[in-house]
Design a protein around this ligand. Structure first.
Ligand SMILES: NC(=O)c1ccc[n+]([C@@H]2O[C@H](COP(=O)([O-])OP(=O)(O)OC[C@H]3O[C@@H](n4cnc5c(N)ncnc54)[C@H](O)[C@@H]3O)[C@@H](O)[C@H]2O)c1
Length: 279
């Protein structure tokens, strides 16, 4: 039986880990060839290996999403390797300026420092926030998403492909408690960018949607695993479905948005979040 993305070509950024990797694997299962893009090329290569072991087609590329040239090379690789570009999922992202996927130490340091200031000198954790770290988070999360969309949309326009773009925002796009200040602002930007580009590309048949995940089990939320049992219970109780999501929960939402089943969706955001955030 043909897959839901049979013979399509998808580019996934941040596909070396977490949500991006789950998306690359899920799309390959449904028949898409996948360009696996990440700044961690060893992790991107692992993703490709898993796809190939399961009989799929994939190719890795080292990409820093803040570089226009890297994004262009990524989009061009889809065309030269697999003959076109139908879908883009922008999963590359950071939660704070020193974030390195898979290294929990900078996360602990960032949380401990902010919390200490918040408890001892409330308000100063905002006033003293380093504006340069704001730039870094916005560069990767917001500008990185913009550049990926531009490079991939250019290929779609060149070939007249009525493609689908899915950005990965967050519940933090709408909920100020769901992350640090720069992160929430960057994700609000990703959501507005998605709506704006949906309006601009709708007339040429390119659909642009977003996903705003809740708390998903990846390196980005690994600090939650360090909570003691009572804290972990209280955390899960905040989520109506009583658990953090799995990366494949987000991959399935992206699959829907890229499939023909979502052919009348554009400029929308889905929130797979276990009911944590209800508007
Ligand atoms: N995990 C969650 O709870 C959650 C919730 C909402 C939104 N998100 C978003 O989902 C996306 C994926 O995050 P995740 O949870 O899978 O984390 P992750 O750390 O597992 O994956 C992030 C990936 O992005 C890559 N990356 C980081 N900077 C990059 C750059 N400059 N260029 C290219 N690649 C880069 C990393 O190497 C990593 O592979 C992020 O945008 C994140 O903000 C995650």
């Amino acid at each position: 039986m043909a897959g839901r993305l049979q013979d399509k070509v998808t580019v996934v950024t941040g596909a070396g880990n977490g949500i991006g990797r789950a998306t690359a694997l899920r799309f390959a299962e449904e028949g898409s060839s996948v360009i696996v893009a990440d700044i961690q090329i060893d992790k991107a290569d692992e993703t490709v290996q898993i796809i190939e072991d399961n009989g799929g087609n994939a190719k890795s590329i080292s990409v820093d999403v803040t570089s226009g040239a890297d994004n262009d090379a990524m989009a061009e690789l889809a065309v030269s390797q697999f003959g076109g570009l139908d879908c883009l999922v922008t999963a590359a992202g950071i939660s704070h300026a020193n974030y390195v996927s898979g290294d929990i130490e900078p996360d602990i340091k960032s949380i401990v420092e902010n919390r200490a200031t918040y408890l001892e000198r409330p308000g100063w954790e905002f006033v003293e926030a380093d504006p340069d770290s704001f730039d870094k988070v916005l560069n990767v999360n917001l500008k990185g998403t913009l550049l990926g969309m531009q490079s991939c949309a250019a290929q779609m326009l060149e070939s007249g492909t009525r493609g689908s773009i899915v950005t990965i925002a967050s519940i933090a796009a709408k909920h100020p408690d769901a992350g640090p200040v720069a992160y929430t602002v960057s994700k609000a930007g990703v959501w507005m960018l998605t709506k704006k580009v949906a309006r601009m590309l709708g007339p040429v048949g390119i659909r642009v949607n977003s996903i705003g995940p809740g708390f998903i089990k990846t390196h980005m939320t690994a600090v939650i695993d360090l909570m003691d049992e009572s804290e972990a219970v209280a955390f899960n109780e905040m989520i109506p479905l009583g658990r953090r999501g799995e990366p494949v929960d987000i991959a399935n939402a992206a699959l829907f948005l890229c499939s023909d089943e979502a052919s009348y969706f554009t400029g929308e955001i889905l929130h797979p979040d276990g009911g944590f955030f209800t508007e």
